[in-house]
Ligand binder design. Sequence first.
Ligand code: 3HC
Length: 344
Amino acid sequence: MATAAAHRTAGAPAYGAPHADPDGDARQRAFDAAVAADERVEPRDWMPDAYRATLVRQIAQHAHSEIIGMQPEANWITRAPSLRRKAILMAKVQDEAGHGLYLYSAAETLGVSRDELLDKLHSGRQKYSSIFNYPTLTWADVGAIGWLVDGAAITNQVPLCRCSYGPYARAMVRVCKEESFHQRQGYELLLALSRGTPEQHAMAQDAVDRWWWPSLMMFGPPDDASQHSAQSMAWKIKRHSNDELRQRFVDICVPQAESLGLTLPDPDLKWNEEHGRHDFGAIDWTEFWDVLKGNGPCNEQRLTQRRRAHDEGAWVREAAAAHAAKHAAKHTGKHTGPTGVEQA
Ligand code: 3HC
């Protein structure tokens, strides 16, 4: 545990709760020192309310992205071209559900409940990644999502393994390992199509053409329009700016596209010798903000489906709660009824 921890732990307030804190300055200094020294902030440690609120915002958006992200790919499970591809895709979609669970659990350590966060998602008060508001039109989209979307997610999330907040950083370690498998399955799928018949090659190229620009938008608005980056980087929640990570992703993708035998749909993409990186064309930020406002091709469909899945899963949650209560009663000697409510 951190050397500054003793100053930081006692009496952490619930998320968002106002708190009288006679020792506030000392705690703030200890928090700042811990962050500066690259120590981890843990749930019981004191932290500024704004730090807590930023983490809840980011982790919730991330968790929502994982579970909404199951939809575009699940669309292809019944139409996978072979048993092998079907098994891989099912495992991947299931992994995304797991990522959502780790992330909701990480958010809960900050004093919010999963129900509260899901309610905010369902009522449109919290965002999820723009990328999942685009349709999956062909089987090749499964490959393009794996290669580009999961590739972008890894580029963004590897630095989050060093996030100053312990539970989020630890969740990211496992998520990144699994995302790495997802990225490789997408690459391998696209390679098979690219080397297949002319029709298969064309299908792979069309998918890359449609997913390339939305993948670049996943990194968020440009730095000069990124409202939260400066503060999040000062707190070491984010380690790099949106533009830095976007650039890194472009530089990684260019040689991979060449190996795939596919082109990236950007006539302005070229190596810049002087800066040692690729220049690329202008991103359509109007489209990005429009998708964030709910006007993307699939926003409505994704949220409707999510709300329906939540409602239809109510009986599962009730059954799981009843089972957990029954199991707990076995150990405590207390008896509960079928709803998990204690009986006299
Ligand atoms: N989609 C939707 N909203 C986005 C966005 C995107 N691609 N990029 C930015 N935004 C939102 C921000 O949430 C913020 O909105 P808010 O103030 O209402 O919360 C606003 O746009 C301004 O953006 P900022 O750059 O100021 O926001 P951040 O500093 O939070 O940076 C981020 C945005 C880079 C996405 C950062 O939050 C982050 O790194 N998040 C963790 C990673 C994540 O959420 N990934 C989701 C990708 S999908 C995924 O992981 C699933 C996998 O299976 C592929």
